[in-house]
Design a protein around this ligand. Structure first.
Ligand code: SF4
Ligand code: SF4
Length: 93
C-alpha cells in the first residue's frame, strides 16, 4: 500500500470546515483566457463542475470565469460537450 505523507495542513483533498481554504492569486498564472460562446452553451454546468479552482460564476443562463482566480488551464474548454469555450491568448485582451 502506498502511503502519502502530508507536509502541510493544506496538502489534502479535503478542507477543514473551521478554516479558510488556501487562497492563491491563481488569476496571475493565466496565459490563456476561456471565452464563452453564448449561442453554443446549453447551461449544462460541466465547465463549472470540472474547473479545478471552482471559479466559474453561475449567471443563471451561462457560466463565466472569475478572472481573479481562473488560471487558464483550459479544462473547462476540454470538457465542454458543445465546444462553447475557446482558450485565447491573454495578449489579445
Ligand atoms: S460545459 Fe459548455 S455547454 Fe455546458 S455550461 Fe459550460 S460552456 Fe455551457
Ligand atoms: S481555464 Fe481552468 S481555471 Fe479557468 S475557468 Fe476554465 S477550468 Fe477553470
Amino acid at each position: 500500500m502506498v502511503k502519502i505523507k502530508i507536509h502541510t495542513k493544506y496538502e489534502g483533498a479535503w478542507s477543514n470546515a473551521d478554516e479558510l481554504l488556501l487562497c492563491l492569486d491563481t488569476g496571475s498564472w493565466r496565459t490563456e483566457r476561456p471565452v464563452m460562446d453564448e449561442e453554443k452553451c446549453n447551461y449544462c454546468g460541466l465547465c463549472a463542475l470540472y474547473c479545478p479552482t471552482q471559479c466559474m460564476i453561475d449567471m443563471e443562463d451561462q457560466f463565466v470565469p472569475n478572472l481573479d482566480f481562473c488560471k487558464g488551464c483550459g479544462i473547462c474548454a476540454k470538457e465542454c460537450p458543445r465546444k462553447a469555450i475557446r482558450m485565447l491568448p491573454e495578449g489579445e485582451f
